[in-house]
Design a binder for this molecule. Structure first.
Ligand code: ADA
Length: 579
């Protein structure tokens, strides 16, 4: 989507981030898309993009509709493409009053085309809602907060001649050699005429450039592919996260290059075999955190320096992995994971949907859209080593199995290169663990259930092994305990005290790291996060307090416990002591 590295040398790109005007109803929560700031009953506020309105003291709790407006000055006319990396959570986009796009889901991006627009001043408005209700099967009152606003960056691109490079997907590992990279460009033709031209693919260090001719019908797309070979290029790994860029250039019949796209990736392969997750053919353990995009001052629109700080804090605790619970993350965060060598379990957007929520008439369609956007938009991140779906949904029913199987089929068709997984806590009842490549279990021993961590693992093995799953890699995708920051109780160690959290994590990590079948560990969770008001009675402070750092990223006592275990566990892995 929108990255930290330059994506174009030829296509002109304008940054539309900054301060926009947001219009709200002064009372109630409905607002017409064409509302004006001076209409009666309208409140206008100036808000940052990227940002969420809950960050403004006047709209901390607002759930409803708003319109975000700004002007855009164009020196030249012609077709333009607007790229939104994320609007939370459902929106319609208008250019000079005309609707040009509609999108659902806060956590994936979309584009909007204006096929012809004259030079001069234009108005861009986005009608946004963060409401709960029938509109969305995925954004429900939940154990995290659904914010409102343009929460990720926005760009305006000039697409000359109405023909442009829409995607460039890079797959290292053709024929098992990570230095052979399959490059697939998608060219989109929105002009009124068929187009014939060529795409040139190149990369520093590649043996040679590849130039491939193609034709794209008017209103259609062409898939253009080539292989680049990068002999001698370093492989990507957490210890050496070497990255490189591939550029694709689009030219017409007269060899005039008029559009381009640059994508970055790392050379690595991921696979699973004999209970292990393999990176470049070598077994690797994952020690990491579940992380929500959440901060009291910014909501889900985490600023770049804070993203980097989160990565540094996780690394300071010895982690080499992160799970994007429970939705696709901002591409800029994934760029940082690529650069810092943090391995990512990226998840689609769905948490704890059961019964009527799971049977919501829009669930299937909204999940399929989210999966497709997640995979196509994040395809090139080497840090993403697995895709996950449907956290703690109905994997214990026949209907659920059909839904899980359908989504796995969809993702495998879009990206056969990465293993798949999903997280469940139904230790005895789960019916779907044979469908993915990696089995992921969420467990809260001695927090929600009275049992020792090892007893929980034993139940899982007893469930999995007779089903022919004894050879699958196994991860504990969630485990943890709550602590209200600053609640110290060293003698009694009452529940919610930092001492109790330490004690429980010590017990959990001791058992899990000693078990030779555990290949991945993800603490729930990195930081404390805001939850929906309806969860308040189970969540003191209306926060999920299981963070190892609090919502402002101040470490709790458990920071040291996690660091000690993670460092030890991963160092044993590097020395191969336990294999
Ligand atoms: C679940 C869920 C998380 C969180 C956690 C908890 O396993 O997947 O989103 O709600 O429990 O804190 O209880």
């Amino acid at each position: 989507m929108i990255h930290l590295y330059p994506q174009h040398r030829i296509r002109s790109v304008e940054v539309l981030d900054g301060v926009w005007t947001y219009l709200f109803p002064a009372s109630g929560n409905r607002l017409a898309a064409d509302v004006r700031a001076d209409d009666p009953g309208v409140e206008a506020l100036r808000l940052p993009v990227p940002g969420v309105w809950e960050a403004h003291p006047k709209r901390v709790e607002y759930r409803g509709e708003a319109v975000a407006v700004r002007t855009v000055d164009r020196e030249v006319g012609g077709p333009v493409r607007l790229v939104f990396a994320g609007v939370s959570h459902t929106c319609r986009v208008f250019w000079d009053g005309e609707e040009i796009a509609a999108h659902h889901n806060a956590f994936t991006g979309f584009d909007a085309l204006v096929l012809d627009t004259p030079a001069g001043r234009h108005e861009l408005r986005v009608h946004i809602t963060n409401e709960h209700g029938d509109l969305s099967a995925l954004h429900i009152p939940n154990d995290y907060y659904n914010y409102g606003g343009i929460s990720r960056p926005v760009r305006l691109e000039r697409i000359e001649a109405g023909v442009f490079l829409e995607w460039l997907h890079l797959s290292p590992g053709t024929g098992g050699d990570p230095r052979r990279v399959e490059c697939v460009a998608t060219v989109r033709n929105v002009s009124p005429r068929p187009f014939a031209g060529a795409v040139g693919f190149g990369a520093p260090g590649a043996e040679e450039r590849a130039v491939v001719e193609f034709r794209a019908p008017s209103g259609g797309r062409a898939r253009v592919s080539a292989e680049l070979y990068l002999p001698g290029a370093p492989l990507w790994s957490p210890g050496d996260p070497s990255l490189f860029c591939v550029s694709a250039e689009l030219s017409d019949r007269e060899n005039r290059v008029f559009d381009d796209r640059i994508e970055r990736t790392g050379l690595r392969t991921v696979s699973v075999a004999d209970r292990k997750i393999l990176l470049n053919g070598e077994p690797i353990r994952l020690a990491g955190f579940n992380r929500h995009e959440d901060h009291p001052d910014f909501g889900c629109a985490i600023p770049l320096p804070m993203m980097l700080r989160d990565i540094e804090l996780m690394r300071a605790m010895g982690a080499n992995a992160v799970r994007t619970s429970h939705y696709p993350n901002d591409s800029r965060f994934l760029d940082l994971c690529d650069e810092f060598g943090l391995l990512v379990f990226e998840e689609n957007h769905a948490r704890g949907l059961r019964d009527q929520l799971f049977e919501h008439p829009r669930l299937r369609e909204q999940c399929l859209a989210c999966n497709e956007e997640m995979v196509t938009q994040h395809f090139n991140h080497p840090s993403i080593i697995m895709w996950g779906i449907l956290n703690e949904c109905m994997s214990d029913s026949e209907y659920g199995r059909e839904v899980y199987a359908g989504q796995f089929d969809q993702i495998r068709a879009l990206d056969p290169s990465r293993p798949l997984t999903y997280a469940t806590f139904r230790m005895r009842e789960d019916l779907c663990q044979d469908l993915p490549d990696i089995c992921s279990w969420n467990q809260y021993p001695n927090w929600y259930i009275h049992m020792k961590p090892n007893e929980g693992l034993a139940i899982i093995f007893k469930h999995q092994d007779p089903r022919g799953l004894a050879d699958r890699p196994l991860m504990v995708s969630e485990f943890g305990a709550g602590a209200i920051p600053g609640f110290r109780d060293p003698i009694r160690k009452g529940k919610w005290s930092e001492e109790r959290q330490c004690e429980l994590l010590e017990e959990l990590l001791a058992d899990y790291t000693a078990n030779p079948r555990v290949e991945g560990l993800f603490v729930w969770q990195f930081c404390d996060v805001r939850v929906d008001e309806s969860w308040a009675m189970k969540r003191p402070r209306t926060m999920n307090n299981k963070g190892i750092v609090d919502e402002y990223r101040r470490p709790k006592l458990a920071f040291e416990v996690v660091r000690r275990y993670f460092e030890q566990w991963l160092s044993e892995d590097a020395r191969g002591h336990r294999r």
